[in-house]
Write a protein that binds this ligand. Structure first.
Ligand SMILES: *[C@@H]1O[C@H](CO)[C@@H](O)[C@H](O)[C@H]1NC(C)=O
Ligand SMILES: *[C@@H]1O[C@H](CO)[C@@H](O)[C@H](O)[C@H]1NC(C)=O
Ligand SMILES: *[C@@H]1O[C@H](CO)[C@@H](O)[C@H](O)[C@H]1NC(C)=O
Ligand SMILES: *[C@@H]1O[C@H](CO)[C@@H](O)[C@H](O)[C@H]1NC(C)=O
Ligand SMILES: *[C@@H]1O[C@H](CO)[C@@H](O)[C@H](O)[C@H]1NC(C)=O
Ligand SMILES: *[C@@H]1O[C@H](CO)[C@@H](O)[C@H](O)[C@H]1NC(C)=O
Ligand SMILES: *[C@@H]1O[C@H](CO)[C@@H](O)[C@H](O)[C@H]1NC(C)=O
Length: 650
């Protein structure tokens, strides 16, 4: 298979003007610019993460970016997305990064590649695979031999695959980033950065422009910038542009000015207000940077969706929601926004932009209300969910000990004593990572939550079964604590005693949902609810048929979960992500058309963790044609506002 059939055709076009000279891309320190095929060149780029967009939509989104006047895109490669277990690589379907690069090139977009190994990106563990943590004391993002061995192996797979796509080899990739905002990490290990620099060079050759990105402050550049890698900075609208580029100049007295992440919006956290940044603010700063001749990458140009379990979190623990809309110029669903046109108008003042129609916003369809039925509680379905069977231990083990990266693990023990009066069940060391749904003899008694609720009261007889379902809500993607084994990281106590003799069930819920294992047959008798109307975690199912006679169906849609509380949702086995409308700000989940079927009933499966609204009247979900990402959830605790003040917002 020639990797670049389309690329080769493109190559002919690209080198046409330079009469057969081979394509080149380089830094020009004398004239403070990039040079492409010998000509002065400036990029106006936008970030798009293929891992957050269904493959069927890559072309549509890239075309919209091209039509906005961008001449490049920037993307991350999340290591954990491609190597979910050691040595097992996946580059197919939605993970086919080579196809993504080919599409970009076909459309006429250059590529700024950010292959990590660490990427941040509001992505679980900043893109590092959780299995790295099976080496207990590993120091991530450092010269730690265990870490370096894994990085070398991964890059030994990835970078040779990328090499044919470098610009000088006829592909679209003009620059390659090494690591990401390393100057913000505590380790400050120059040997690690030097090692990466050599590693990238050895696989990609001497010609490629390698660069780093750091916060626009001399302090960040101190540990982030090293010789041989071109130092760039990142900052959003509202920053002092002169001061920000002065910081870059401190590290790079000459060469092109580059803002590698100019923030068009900002990320969200569960329980905080939806971030919005005005189109006017974005347009103003963008125009100022372009007027100075700077190269700019708009982060994000389209955010997309954290499907499944891929969202990250920030410290102190605040998880990000499923939507990564980002208030970007193209919405989560790829819709054209006011900000899109504002940016296009700015670019138009500096560069010729392509003529022709912009691909329109895709229509959305409201499939309506779908009744949902209770299938089974998670505890009752345990045998079908635990493919590997239970593991016994005196003390609790983590997800990583149990060889599970994402999702949910059930921890089971018994009450050692009679608890006739309310007795505190606690995680004294705050070791519940991240949320634990506790039931005693099948009755939900409360929820422990990292940093927020470390004690609940329980009652029950000695010998009663205690089931604790622990949810991994996403690993930190930024800062010093990205190494999170998840699950129960420390002992739980009941009164003064440490709870012991656990049975732990690693759960393969996605596989079970996919294989249709969660039947309706073994419906368990209703059990009383308790406390704040909690019920034990349970599965619900329903289905809907796409109406006949409308040729444009299926179309994209949004799913709403009226009066549902918190959980995970699948459609036809595809894991759409987490919902948590009681905390917000996200209320609807984006449902791309490609997971829907017109020939069979579409199956909706829900794992509701706190209690479904099905006890009084039949419960439903609803498909609507408009998203809601900015509700202010009726949070049950005081929210942390704005403590995630990344340097770039200065
Ligand atoms: C690889 O990833 C694709 C896209 O997510 C998925 O459909 C496929 O099942 C995966 N393949 C394997 C072997 O896991
Ligand atoms: C922006 O930064 C420059 C350089 O540090 C400084 O001279 C200028 O006063 C700043 N402008 C504003 C509005 O703060
Ligand atoms: C719990 O209470 C019952 C009586 O209700 C008693 O028979 C049993 O011995 C007690 N168990 C423990 C472990 O104290
Ligand atoms: C547990 O119960 C005790 C006694 O009723 C009460 O004082 C305490 O506030 C309760 N603690 C929690 C966390 O509910
Ligand atoms: C639980 O407590 C025991 C006894 O103190 C200790 O040996 C063990 O390391 C603890 N386990 C965890 C996960 O903290
Ligand atoms: C939904 O489930 C039913 C019953 O298991 C099955 O016949 C049907 O094919 C499923 N639909 C899709 C789109 O997979
Ligand atoms: C949420 O966003 C919609 C659409 O942009 C807007 O009309 C509405 O006023 C916003 N609501 C809140 C509470 O900000």
């Amino acid at each position: 298979m020639s990797p670049l059939r389309t690329g080769c055709m493109m190559l002919l076009l690209l080198v046409g003007q330079s009469l057969g000279a081979s394509p080149s891309f380089s830094l020009d320190y004398k004239n403070d610019c990039f040079r492409k095929d010998g000509e002065r060149f400036r990029y106006i780029s936008g970030s798009i993460h293929y891992s957050r967009i269904p493959r069927v939509y890559w072309k549509d989104r890239l075309l919209k970016m091209y039509m906005a006047g961008l001449n490049a895109i920037q993307t991350y490669i999340p290591w954990n997305y491609h190597e979910e277990s050691p040595g097992r690589y996946n580059f197919s379907g939605d993970r086919d990064v080579e196809y993504f690069l080919k599409l970009a090139q076909e459309i006429g977009l250059l590529v700024i590649l950010r292959p990590g190994p660490y990427i941040c990106g509001e992505w679980d563990m900043g893109g590092l695979p959780a299995w790295l943590l099976s080496k207990k004391n590993i120091v991530l993002r450092s010269s730690d031999p265990d870490y370096i061995t894994a990085v070398d192996k991964w890059m030994g797979k990835l970078l040779p695959m990328m090499k044919p796509y470098l610009y000088q080899n006829g592909g679209p990739i003009i620059t390659v980033q090494v690591e990401n905002e390393y100057g913000s990490y505590f380790a400050c290990d120059y040997n690690y950065m030097r090692h990466l620099s050599k590693l990238f060079r050895s696989h990609l050759g001497d010609e490629v422009v390698l660069f780093t990105t750091d916060g626009a402050g001399v302090g960040y550049l101190k540990c982030g910038a090293i010789q041989g890698l071109y130092a760039t900075v990142d900052f959003g609208p509202g920053a002092n542009i002169t001061a920000a580029f002065d910081a870059q100049r401190h590290a790079e007295p000459h060469g092109p000015l580059v803002n590698s992440e100019f923030y068009t919006g900002w990320l969200d956290h569960w329980g905080s207000a939806h971030s919005v940044v005005s189109p006017a603010a974005v347009a103003k700063s963008l125009s100022e940077m372009l007027a100075r001749g700077a190269n700019v990458n708009l982060y994000m140009f389209i955010g997309g969706t954290n499907f499944g379990y891929w969202n990250g979190a920030n410290d102190p623990f605040d998880a990000q929601p499923t939507s990564y809309d980002y208030d970007a110029p193209l919405s989560e669903a790829g819709d054209l926004t006011e900000k899109y046109f504002a940016i296009r108008d700015v670019i138009k003042m500096y560069h010729k932009i392509p003529e022709g129609p912009i691909p329109p916003t895709t229509p959305k369809y409201a499939y309506g209300v779908v009744p949902m039925k209770k299938l089974q509680t998670l505890s009752d379905a345990l045998e079908k969910l635990s493919f590997s069977g239970p593991v016994k231990g005196v003390y609790p083990q983590t997800f990583i000990d149990l060889n599970q990266a994402f999702g949910y693990v059930l921890y089971r023990t018994t009450l050692p004593v009679n608890c006739t009066t309310p007795t505190p069940l606690s995680s004294p060391l705050n070791g519940v990572h991240d949320r634990a749904y506790v039931s005693v003899d099948g009755v939900a008694v409360g929820i422990l939550e990292r940093n927020k609720v470390i004690t609940i009261n329980v009652t029950g007889k000695a010998g009663s079964q205690v089931d604790i379902l622990v949810e991994n809500m996403g690993r930190l993607n930024y800062g010093g604590y990205i190494n999170d084994a998840k699950g129960l990281l420390s002992n739980l106590t009941l009164g003064k005693d440490t709870l012991t003799d656990w049975i732990m069930y690693s759960l393969s819920i996605d596989e079970a949902v996919n294989q249709g294992l969660l039947g309706e047959k073994e419906l368990t008798p209703k059990r009383p609810t308790q406390g704040a109307g909690l019920s034990p975690p349970a599965f619900y199912g329903g289905s809907f048929i796409i109406p006949d006679g409308i040729p444009s169906l299926p179309q994209d849609t949004y799913i709403m979960l009226p009066n549902w509380r918190k959980g995970q949702i699948w459609i036809n086995g595809f894991n759409l992500g987490r919902y948590w409308p009681t905390r917000g700000p996200q209320v609807t989940l984006f449902v791309p058309f490609n997971i829907l079927s017109t020939t069979a009933p579409n199956n909706v499966t829900i794992l509701e963790l706190e209690g479904a609204p099905c006890s009084l009247k039949p419960c439903t979900v609803e498909f609507s044609s408009t998203p809601i990402l900015n509700a202010t959830g009726q949070s049950d605790h005081k929210l942390h506002w704005g403590h995630y003040t990344k340097e770039d917002l200065l």
